[in-house]
Design a protein around this ligand. Structure first.
Ligand SMILES: CC(=O)SCCNC(=O)CCNC(=O)[C@H](O)C(C)(C)COP(=O)(O)OP(=O)(O)OC[C@H]1O[C@@H](n2cnc3c(N)ncnc32)[C@H](O)[C@@H]1OP(=O)(O)O
Ligand SMILES: CC(C)C(=O)C(=O)O
Length: 553
């Protein structure tokens, strides 16, 4: 059955309009980040991480710069408990990092959690219970008052145990399934919890609003967040946190609009791992800030290493199109994109602009440890001349003349089309050299002599069909003289329409490359020559161009 009528909108709008967030344009400062990879991320894995894997993941999160890390649900399993004890007993928690642990609002689970967290230098104890209409009716079968009482009892027990146990504790409360809860009721429950905790400037409480299941468009969530932010008790002493999931595919938008609506903190995971469609992806969120010139306060500069560690430890796969980190997210196969990127990169060299403005690349791939060589311009049958020229220039220092690019572009893309595959840079070079370098199916130039008398006189020896022929001619310059000799011998024009040359490598042993195009049909016929001697290189280039023109007649 595929019947939309069985569904309805399951969220609730705030009782008053809360749209002040629409007046803000962008997120102008990094929120407090809290990684929940080791808890929400871990609880969603087919095979939750082992103790060693969690320890390695913890170190990764610290290296990235997380200052708050939810390390687990210590009452859930022996591994979770052991992990927490190892972090504490082996003194593995850096001075500027606070760990966080999650517990249901149930007495024995809270007690076990406090036992597990004993001796932590700093810890947030995070208690939750579901407040949504659906869970009240179906799971708990309790009234609003009874559900509120679960939260209040949990809050009281946290306060009581924190006073008794050794440690430095802060509290967090989540009205779980907030997005399916009437905002007035969620507010009532959160305020009842805050009234128990009475947070102060020195001991702030965290109220965390989870989009446990993402149920609405992001502007609805933002309005719900704004309503809570404006009406929470002790607001100045409350850190308002968000915990978006991604069921509708807009977890990042929820978080961004939620920040505009007054939130201070984000709970999420690397690469968006988490229950069902995942938690909000902190990498995308942070990189979105970075790409707009805002310091995300996380170091994501070695994305390949992050991705490799994440995939190895979680056994999850990062999608090739995953923003900022997927294998293909900086790749341009299509001709017009490649052309614009290539021109944008040249513009940077030429003008040295203050900001990154290269078309089609929201950030410089090198900022996140990617390279131009293999990540950006990639060649297949959708590619164009600009991209092919870029690959040769970027990888081999060959600056293909504008007039020659179309001929080369089609030669390369046709091969990709026939072979139905991407053409790697070394294959582009191979096609280029095969087509233009020492292309001599009709004749070869075996000797050339010049005399400078009133212009240049030349004697060119060619080998054709196994026979050698000497041709005499003259011209304005050496190449002109040789082209006149070829025109005379083949009784066909050999007009040079394009000539460019440049050194290939720096240093005294550098070779030069010469590109020669002669008039032929609408587009011309081309050749290249590479030699230490530029005259030799240009004659070789002319030889190839004339050969092609002869066989394509
Ligand atoms: C949206 C989220 O991600 S929330 C976090 C979810 N993560 C996890 O659940 C992973 C770790 N959980 C576990 O290992 C286990 O659930 C435990 C160890 C915590 C508890 O195990 P158990 O008591 O065996 O089972 P279970 O979690 O099913 O408990 C269900 C009972 O707790 C109640 N309950 C569930 N959540 C809460 C809560 N947050 N606060 C109070 N009571 C709760 C249920 O109503 C139910 O009550 P009943 O026994 O009267 O029917
Ligand atoms: C416990 C809460 C914050 C949670 O994980 C969720 O609601 O998704």
């Amino acid at each position: 059955m595929f019947d939309y009528r069985q569904y309805q909108r399951g969220y609730f709008m705030p009782p008053v309009s809360c749209m002040d967030w629409t007046k803000k344009e962008y997120v102008d400062k990094a929120p407090v980040w809290c990684s929940v990879d080791l808890r929400d991320g871990n609880q969603a894995l087919v095979e939750p991480m082992s103790l060693e894997q969690k320890l390695e993941f913890f170190k990764l999160l610290v290296a990235v710069g997380f200052k708050e890390i939810e390390v687990g649900f210590p009452a859930a399993s022996e591994t979770e408990y052991e992990f927490l004890r190892t972090l504490i007993e082996k003194d593995m928690i850096p001075d500027d990092v606070t760990i966080q642990v999650l517990t249901q609002a149930r007495e024995h689970i809270i007690k076990k959690t406090f036992e597990a967290v004993k001796g932590a230098p700093r810890a947030v104890v995070h208690v939750y219970n579901s407040t949504s209409l659906a869970q009240r009716e179906q799971v708990f079968r309790k009234s609003k008052e009874e559900i509120k009482q679960i939260a209040v009892d949990g809050a009281k027990l946290l306060k009581e145990l924190a006073e008794k146990e050794e440690g430095n504790f802060a509290f967090e409360y989540s009205p779980e399934s907030f997005t399916g809860t009437e905002p007035e009721y969620a507010l009532e429950v959160c305020n009842a919890v805050l009234d128990v905790w009475e947070p102060t400037a020195d001991n702030k409480a965290i109220i965390n609003l989870p989009a446990t299941v993402e149920m609405s468009m992001p502007h609805v969530f933002a309005s719900q967040v704004e309503y809570m932010s404006k009406n929470l008790h002790f607001r100045d002493n409350v850190v308002l946190s968000l915990h978006p999931h991604n069921d509708r595919g807009t977890g990042v938008a929820d978080a961004e609009l939620g920040l505009l609506a007054g939130a201070d903190r984000i709970e999420g995971t690397l690469f968006g791992n988490g229950e069902r469609t995942g938690n909000v992806d902190i990498i995308t969120l942070a990189m979105n800030m970075y790409a707009q010139g805002v310091n995300p306060e996380l170091d994501l500069s070695n994305m390949p290493k992050l991705a490799e560690t994440f995939e190895r430890l979680t056994k999850m796969k990062i999608h090739e199109r995953h923003p900022y980190c997927g294998k293909l997210v900086f790749a341009a196969f299509s001709g017009s994109h490649q052309d614009a990127i290539s021109k944008g990169m040249h513009y940077r060299v030429e003008k040295d602009p203050a900001h990154w403005t290269v078309p089609y690349l929201p950030i410089n791939p090198e900022d996140v440890g990617r390279t131009y060589d293999s990540d950006v311009i990639r060649i297949n049958s959708q590619s164009g001349k600009g991209g092919v020229a870029y690959v040769l220039e970027h990888n081999y220092g060959m600056i293909i003349p504008k007039k020659m690019r179309e001929d080369l572009g089609y030669a390369v893309k046709d091969i990709s089309d026939v072979q139905h595959k991407e053409i790697a840079p070394d294959e582009v070079l191979e096609i280029f050299e095969k087509r233009y370098k020492k292309f001599t199916p009709v004749f070869k130039i075996t000797e050339v002599h010049f005399k400078q008398v009133d212009g240049i006189q030349t004697v060119v020896t060619i080998e054709q069909d196994g026979k050698k022929v000497e041709i005499e001619a003259s011209g304005n310059g050496r190449l002109d003289a040789v082209s006149n000799a070829l025109a005379k011998h083949f009784n066909k024009p050999c007009e040079i329409m394009c000539y460019e040359e440049h050194a290939l490598k720096d240093g005294s042993d550098s070779s030069a490359i010469a590109y020669v195009g002669i008039e032929h049909g609408a587009k011309g016929s081309f050749g290249i020559g590479i030699d230490h001697d530029i005259i030799r290189a240009s004659i070789d280039a002319l030889e190839s161009a004339m050969n092609r023109s002869l066989i394509e007649e």
